[in-house]
Write a protein that binds this ligand. Structure first.
Ligand SMILES: [Zn+2]
Length: 243
């Protein structure tokens, strides 16, 4: 994979411990583009023995793969987060302004990938994923590492009451992520909304890294639903354990 195809934070999720992750760009990882099938388990050897991608529905459902992978093309997997305990399985999320979040317990064999738009972030998809990792798979909060990828930035994400109200209602930290621009509108820091929820859940800020990139501002590097006014393309982000 060429450097310009993607970015990663290997200082946070360590490659030397067998964890591989990336946040794709418009170029995506070239080895994956056109191979990921939405809602399916797809064999893409040799780089990725299995690739799993969800039919994303802006909700809070976490889909778990905790047994050896079975490719069943009659199945369609729906949800906005993936968790696996299985090695050599690439968990993929697709975004074009929403926030891709990748997480690993670096002392245990369990990882997750989350697609968090504002609806999912407000609904709690990231915390739901942490709950699955810790309660169902024994991940320890102090061993979790979280990387937050490129998304629309607060520079570009101006919203009105239907978005502002639930954020104010649900999150005491809302003044940190919501900056009023008029009596009816505000700019939202979507990555901040994820970051502050992680802090509230007990993840240390030193265990979290985030991209500063705004998908709407950087047209050369990223697709943006808001800038382009339609789904012109999506970035792929993924995480896998190679043991
Ligand atoms: Zn921007």
């Amino acid at each position: 994979m060429k450097a310009e195809d993607s970015l990663s934070f290997s200082d946070c999720i360590p490659a030397e411990k067998g964890f591989f992750h990336f946040f794709g760009t418009r170029q995506n990882p070239a080895s994956l583009i056109n191979k990921v099938q939405v809602g399916q388990v797809t064999p893409v050897p040799p780089d990725y023995p299995y690739v799993i991608s969800l039919k994303q529905i802006h909700g809070r459902d976490v889909v778990v793969f905790d047994e050896p992978i079975d490719v069943d093309s009659s199945m369609t997997y729906e949800g906005d987060a993936l968790v696996t305990t299985q090695p050599n399985v690439l968990l993929v999320v697709r975004t074009a302004d929403c926030v891709p979040v990748l997480v690993a317990d670096i002392e245990r064999q369990v990882i997750g990938a989350v697609h968090a738009g504002w609806r999912g972030a407000v609904a709690g998809i990231v915390l739901e994923t942490l709950a699955v990792l810790t309660q169902r798979h024994g991940a320890k909060k102090e061993h979790l590492r979280v990387v937050i990828g490129p998304s629309i930035g607060s520079c570009c994400f101006e919203v009105d009451d239907p978005v502002i109200r639930p954020i104010k209602e649900r999150f005491s930290f809302w003044p940190d992520v919501l900056k009023p621009t008029s009596s009816t509108h505000a700019k939202v820091n979507l990555k901040g909304l994820v970051f502050h929820q992680l802090l509230q859940a007990g993840i240390s800020s030193s265990a979290i890294r985030q991209s500063d990139d705004c998908t709407q501002c950087d047209a050369n590097r990223y697709f943006s639903y808001r800038r382009e006014g339609r789904v012109n393309g999506t970035m792929l982000s993924g995480i896998m354990m190679k043991f």
